[in-house]
Design a protein around this ligand. Structure first.
Ligand code: ADP
Ligand code: NI
Length: 214
């Protein structure tokens, strides 16, 4: 007998066919596994954690003309068709609505533990070796420069500026990736983030060393 989780995996895989490599099924799979790992240390609803992790990027506004409601509509429709109870659906939609880095200033003060877990897992996949790879892939997808010595990071961008930003990929480290370690919600998340953060600092050191041939 297939479970709701099995059906969700099948649904997400089909929906994300052809997605940009940093936001494809394998990103979802990593976030799902990391979420389960973090959840082992927290008192939470396991089903909400897993469904939210699996559905969190089902229709990322970045790839849907900025439409921030599409993911919610698609997820609700899917979960209802699976017969998932309303209180679970609401908790999952709460996570999908509030997980995003760029929307963090608009998120409610009171985050559910399930949101904290999946947000940590999503942020962990944005840092470390995988984070570096995803970021350069996305920069390439946008045809952004990897680096420019005269273009400085913008540390205080509004949400609109952040979305429009066509700065360099190296600047994205300062504008987002290196900030994530201090934004982790859970103890397990903080622990994993520290190692990945240090790895990125080492990468940047080496990058500048190789760039500045003398
Ligand atoms: P969220 O989807 O959580 O709001 P972002 O929009 O910042 O987060 O993007 C998620 C991932 O996409 C980032 O971690 C990064 O890998 C990549 N990305 C987003 N914006 C950029 C950018 N300007 N340059 C390079 N990579 C980016
Ligand atoms: Ni994600």
């Amino acid at each position: 007998m297939k479970t709701t989780i099995d059906h969700t995996i099948e649904f997400v895989k089909v929906k994300l066919e052809g997605a940009e490599a940093g936001h494809d099924w394998f990103h979802i799979e990593r976030v799902w596994k990391l979420s389960k790992k973090i959840a082992e240390h927290e008192n939470c609803n396991q089903l909400v954690v897993e469904l939210s992790a699996l559905l969190h990027d089902i229709a990322d506004p970045k790839f849907h003309n900025g439409d921030e409601t599409k993911a919610l509509t698609i997820s609700r429709e899917f979960l209802e068709s699976e017969g998932v109870e309303e209180s679970i659906i609401e908790q999952v939609l709460f996570v999908i609505r509030n997980i995003s880095f760029k929307n963090r200033s608009e998120a409610p003060q009171d985050l559910s533990i399930e949101l904290k877990i999946v947000q940590d897992a999503d942020r962990l996949d944005a840092i470390g070796a995988i984070g570096i790879a995803r970021t350069f892939n996305f920069g390439g997808f946008k045809n952004n420069l990897m680096y420019h010595p005269d273009i400085k990071p913008k540390l205080t961008m509004t949400k609109e500026e952040y979305k429009k930003s066509n700065g360099t990929t190296v600047n994205h480290f300062y504008e987002k990736l290196l900030l994530l370690k201090d934004l982790m919600n859970t103890e397990k998340g903080k622990e994993i983030a520290q190692e990945r953060h240090d790895y990125m600092l080492g990468f940047l050191d080496q990058f500048y060393k190789e760039w500045n041939v003398d």
